[in-house]
Design a protein around this ligand. Structure first.
Ligand code: PAF
Length: 284
């Protein structure tokens, strides 16, 4: 695997791949890689002859400074995992490579409704930061395909919108969430959980499953309150327990089998914010 830190060097390597008629699959990450990231690589390797992965902890998407400072960094382990997974190129830029003019005055994207709800409402500026970095990474890599994990479902929709705004032609693939045996969605932030917190963390998934299972038997408001009460009782601070239209993320006040629905939860355990979601199997 080539490890490349500068954009010109990356462009040279990409040109070489293109000369060999290879298509390029791209996976943007912030490192602290886990099985979820590796599943994105495996997915890319089915479609593309070359896979580029980036590791860049993007300062502009952290609305909480502490979260940025404590974001896990495990570079050596990450490089070993990517090498084992036969990733072709790791793009590993410094902040100055991505933001040569600093981060004080960056462009704003018209991301529309999708950035105003759920995580967008709770983490002001977060999705602008995601759009700013992904836009720069896309310019650098110029991929044929981009792979994103569905665990960050709202982020997937933001990148879809960004690609429309940029008139990109790559195909965007949303890859199903990888879970631990107890159902906890794999996430880099899970590394920060204490043993006690880790033992409780799969409660988010259990709530999502109960939201799905009670479709058709109870009103969503009742199930929502049960989930909020249970999470609170176990020591979480729920941010939202929501049911939404999976295409637009507009909130649904009750189950609506005429729509593609998704249940989404965000909750703090200690100072760690966990998110998860579950597209509902329709009972249409
Ligand atoms: O999902 C992530 O790891 C990040 O938000 C991303 C897409 C790499 C942008 O920094």
């Amino acid at each position: 695997m080539k490890i490349i830190k500068s954009k010109p060097e990356l462009q040279k390597a990409i040109t070489l791949l293109r000369e060999e008629n290879k298509t390029i699959g791209f996976i943007p990450t912030m490192g602290a890689l886990h099985q979820g990231h590796l599943s994105l690589i495996a997915f890319a390797q089915k479609n593309n002859q070359a896979v580029v992965c980036s590791i860049f902890v993007n300062p502009t998407q952290f609305n909480d400074k502490k979260d940025f400072e404590k974001y896990p960094v495990t570079l050596e382990e990450d490089i070993a995992k990517l090498t084992d997974a036969a990733c072709d190129i790791l793009f590993l830029p410094e902040v100055s490579e991505i933001y040569p003019d600093g981060t004080a005055q960056l462009e704003a994207y018209e991301l529309g409704y999708v950035e105003t709800v759920l995580d967008g409402a709770s983490r002001p500026g977060h999705f602008q930061g995601v759009a700013q970095v992904v836009s720069r990474l896309l310019d650098a890599v110029q991929p044929d395909d981009v792979y994103m994990g569905q665990k960050d479902y709202q982020q997937c929709l933001v990148i879809k919108r960004l690609a429309e705004l940029r008139k990109d032609t790559f195909s965007l693939h949303f890859v199903p969430t990888q879970r631990e045996p107890d159902g906890l969605a794999m996430s880099s932030r899970n590394r920060r959980l204490s043993e006690g917190q880790r033992a409780l963390a799969s409660l988010l998934y259990q709530c999502l499953v109960s939201i799905e299972a009670q479709q058709g038997t109870k009103a969503f408001a009742v199930v929502q309150k049960e989930c909020i009460d249970l999470l609170t009782h176990k020591g979480f601070k729920p941010d939202y327990v929501a049911l939404a239209d999976a295409e637009t993320l507009e909130p649904l006040t009750d189950y609506d089998p005429s729509k593609n629905m998704i249940a989404l939860i965000a909750a703090f355990i200690g100072e760690i914010r966990l998110i998860d979601n579950l597209p509902l199997n329709s009972i249409k």
